[in-house]
Write a protein that binds this ligand. Structure first.
Ligand SMILES: Nc1ncnc2c1ncn2[C@@H]1O[C@H](COP(=O)(O)OP(=O)(O)OP(=O)(O)O)[C@@H](O)[C@H]1O
Length: 455
């Protein structure tokens, strides 16, 4: 048992109010926290009886019923203090000898709840931030190719890595633009900072602004908490803006301002946020043409185009195919648990003669499809050929049925969506089989105005 002086010191020092009555409801003790919260003095209160002073309070209830009362919201009789209280009867030898109540001022609790909410929001933001921050996955060592064209791209990329200049990566889908963005970041002095990727075509226009610049709580319907945008996430690192040609004019203007002034405001915010971010942008569209058509701001084009790298399509650097194929076979062996050692001479010739509309991504996909069902260690022409021939629809397999390429593209996309479905996974699968990236598929769905709900 604790000595009585110690018990008294404890009661005097706790932050919660404590009030004790005897079995008849006479108030026999209140602690200093009680006096502070209610504004009543010890002498004043201990002259009273609880059934007169606070007949509807938790203490009177616990004493009357002999049952504990928890989380009871009430006003302390004789004061304005609104409190949340817990009361219990004091039972000795099966007899109720009194009751005790402990309570806290409601504003203290509200303050605690507010603080908790703030901490939860900070934790949530940090966890969002942590989940989105990535490091670069590739370096220049992993960029395969001995052609003059790719060597020049690598040299320009390595030069660009030494500065913080904005880089514009141009090239068809699947030529390695993202790979280059990773490598440039990795070779730069920012390599220990974040590498953040955003695909401007894959995010609905209405969300893109908030994804890039963030927003403050209440900025628009649905903005229930502050959100950090990709620019802030990329601070002291690199932001890779993929499919930049798809950005709408309003955002183009905002992007131009960040590139010029290195600061912006979150949507709904009033405070400018300064950032130190290197931007690498990429597109498979003809940006100069978009500028001529008035769809892309000329000033932004020149801001982005400080260093330009034009990645050549695979059909223009056929001398790289052997190295690329061998490199991918090694990677796929690891992924698929195979022991393939290479391609037969005929198979290699077929790879050289194919036109590779989907570029290196298509080469990767073709090899993966062949290797999945391969049970020998050499890929021969027989296994490879079915994956190289374009799978024309029956309706267009004669000369008389020729149709515009554009139409053909639309038909193929509709076919793929019909086969794999229009959900995100379906689209991903469809893109894989069409040898294009998911973002390109979104672009083409938009371009051909394909109604995905009917597929
Ligand atoms: N030179 C290369 N050496 C090795 N792998 C490469 C090379 N170029 C591209 N790849 C591989 O090809 C695939 C497609 O490359 P990436 O995603 O970088 O292309 P992209 O031009 O960004 O395509 P998209 O415009 O469709 O987004 C990736 O798996 C990448 O690792």
């Amino acid at each position: 048992m604790l000595p009585i002086e110690m018990i008294s010191a404890i009661l005097d020092s706790v932050q919660e109010a404590i009030e004790v009555t005897d079995r008849d409801g006479n108030i026999i003790y209140v602690n200093p926290a009680f006096c502070r919260i209610t504004g009543l003095s010890f002498e004043e209160r201990t002259r009273q009886n609880i059934f007169q002073a606070s007949p509807d309070g938790a203490l009177a209830l616990a004493l009357k019923t002999g049952v504990p009362v928890k989380g009871y919201r009430t006003r302390v009789g004789g004061s304005n203090a609104e409190v949340i209280s817990n009361a219990v009867p004091i039972i000795i030898d099966h007899q109720i000898v009194g009751a005790v109540v402990i309570f806290q001022h409601i504003t203290d609790i509200i303050k605690l709840i507010e603080e908790l909410k703030k901490s939860t929001s900070i934790i949530q933001n940090l966890s969002d931030k942590y989940g989105q921050v990535t490091k670069s996955k590739y370096d220049f060592e992993q960029i395969i190719g001995r052609s003059q064209a790719i060597k020049e791209c690598i040299m320009t990329g390595q030069m660009a890595a030494k500065s913080s200049s904005t880089v514009l990566l141009l090239g068809e889908s699947g030529t390695g633009k993202e790979l280059f963005a990773h490598a440039i970041h990795h070779a730069s002095s920012r390599k220990d900072g974040p590498f953040i990727v955003i695909n401007c075509a894959a995010i609905p226009e209405t969300l893109l602004e908030s994804e890039l610049f963030g927003h403050v709580r209440g900025a628009f319907t649905g903005a229930i908490k502050d959100k950090i945008g990709k620019f802030e996430l990329a601070n002291s690192g690199t932001l890779f803006l993929d499919e930049i040609g798809d950005m709408n004019p309003l955002l183009q203007a905002k992007l131009l301002r960040v590139l010029q002034e290195r600061e912006f405001e979150r949507i709904g915010g009033t405070r400018p946020v300064s950032v130190d971010v290197r931007v690498i942008a990429a597109t498979n569209r003809n940006l100069k043409q978009l500028v001529r058509e008035g769809l892309f701001r000329e000033d932004l084009y020149y801001r982005l185009n400080v260093v330009e790298i034009n990645l050549p399509p695979l059909r223009e650097r056929i001398e790289d195919i052997m190295d690329l194929a061998n490199y991918m076979i090694v990677r796929l062996n690891r992924k698929l648990g195979k022991k393939v050692i290479g391609l037969s001479r005929e198979a290699m010739t077929a790879l050289h003669h194919y036109h590779w509309p989907g570029n290196i991504r298509e080469l990767e996909n073709v090899l993966e499809r062949v290797m999945v069902s391969l049970d020998t260690d050499i890929i021969t022409y027989k296994e490879l050929a079915p994956h190289l021939s374009v799978n024309y629809p029956e309706a267009v397999n004669t000369e008389a049925d020729l149709m515009p390429l554009d139409k053909m593209e639309q038909m193929m996309i509709e076919r793929a969506l019909k086969k794999y479905g229009t959900g995100v996974e379906g689209k991903r699968e469809a893109a894989r089989h069409l040898n294009i990236s998911l973002a390109t598929l979104y672009n083409k769905i938009k371009k051909h105005n394909i109604n995905i709900s009917n597929n």
